[in-house]
Design a protein around this ligand. Structure first.
Ligand code: UDP
Ligand code: MG
Length: 319
């Protein structure tokens, strides 16, 4: 089979890891006897990432470089890379070597068995903080409940996708896609393989709690309407309880003749309902804001320049 593999790596200020990444990737690719392109997407780095990539390309013509006009975020950078990819199988991975390149042969062999999506699942996450592990576990539990997609937990962006799956992903009009979920949503035969999450090779994480929170909101609003719909049911329950309570008050007035207690119960009811209404409005706002983003139809990223690897073309198309 004449196969060609693309490896897509998003990078934001990753200059310190480039040399280790190059060495580790080369060691793995040497053992694989297939043509490869390595697509590195510079997602608006402020450090020497782009210069480092240009130097790497001089040593390795399999590199295909894409520079975005500013920082558009991890997912957008991945999509920019996917858009440029030409492989029959496309592997996405982080630059920081937390996703070990040594797993690439295993990903490929699952693909050769016929799987169209192969997720690399972090079986050992001892390098991540306790808080990150727990929140991520719950996040996937909630997400899977809400979306009924059953996305494997403990996955990052390390996975292999077939050309067909990538083609479908890229043809979706959504601007706010949570790539990990979209890949699941597409369907076809999918599988997972386990690996041990390694510590970052160098540099620092680009995520903070606020970014992760918004990421989680994107995922939930993108794949579930339950947060919008649930309020009608909450409303029904509250109205029904209020009706019962009204009957109790009336009954007490006639049979016991006691004055209804006023201030405290009134205050509690007002604050409780006010709070619920604000939460509900906020949730509508989350969805509305995303609808607004989609309607504007702005692109998810803007490419500033690309430097195609000069060896790739001859390798695929032959002399
Ligand atoms: N990244 C990116 N754009 C961003 C943030 C991150 O391209 O705005 C890249 C980053 O360079 C790395 C990957 O996404 O290759 C994962 O980021 P990071 O390692 O900081 O996340 P963590 O592993 O800590 O969740
Ligand atoms: Mg990382």
């Amino acid at each position: 089979m004449h196969t060609f593999v693309s490896i897509v790596i998003p990078m934001h200020n990753e200059a310190p890891v480039l040399s280790t990444l190059e060495a580790r990737l080369n060691d793995v690719l040497k053992t694989l006897n297939i043509p490869v392109e390595i697509i590195c997407v510079d997602d608006g780095s402020h450090d020497d990432t782009w210069a480092g990539l240009l130097a790497w390309q001089q040593r390795d013509p399999r590199l295909h470089l894409v520079r975005l006009s500013r920082n558009f975020g991890h997912e957008a950078a991945i999509l920019a890379g996917l858009k440029q990819s030409k492989g029959d199988a496309i592997i996405t991975m982080d630059a920081d070597l937390q996703d070990p390149p040594e797993l690439i042969p295993a990903l490929l062999s699952e693909w050769e068995k016929g799987f169209e999506v192969v997720y690399a699942v972090r079986e050992d996450r001892s390098v991540d903080t306790w808080l990150k592990r727990v929140t991520s576990d719950y996040f996937y539990k909630i997400l899977n409940r809400l979306s009924t997609l059953d996305v494997p937990g403990n996955t990052a962006e390390y996975r292999l996708m077939s050309r067909r799956v990538v083609h479908i992903l890229l043809s979706m009009p959504e601007k706010n896609s949570f790539v990990r979920m979209m890949t699941r949503w597409v369907g076809f035969s999918q599988t997972t393989i386990g690996y041990k999450r390694e510590p970052r090779a160098a540099g620092v994480t680009k995520y903070n709690v606020w970014k992760l929170w918004n990421y989680a909101l994107d995922a939930i609003t993108g794949f579930s309407h339950l947060p919008l719909r649930i309020w009608s049911y909450v409303g029904i329950v509250i109205s029904f309880s209020a009706f019962l309570y009204a009957l109790v008050i009336i009954a007490m007035y006639f049979f016991v003749g006691r004055e209804t207690p006023g201030y405290a119960s009134l205050m509690v009811a007002v604050l409780f309902l006010g709070g619920i209404q604000l939460i509900c409005l906020g949730i509508i706002g989350e969805y509305l804001g995303r609808v607004f983003m989609e309607v504007k139809g702005r692109p998810m990223y803007i490419v500033a320049e690309t430097r195609e690897g000069f060896a790739v073309k001859e390798e695929i198309h032959g002399p």
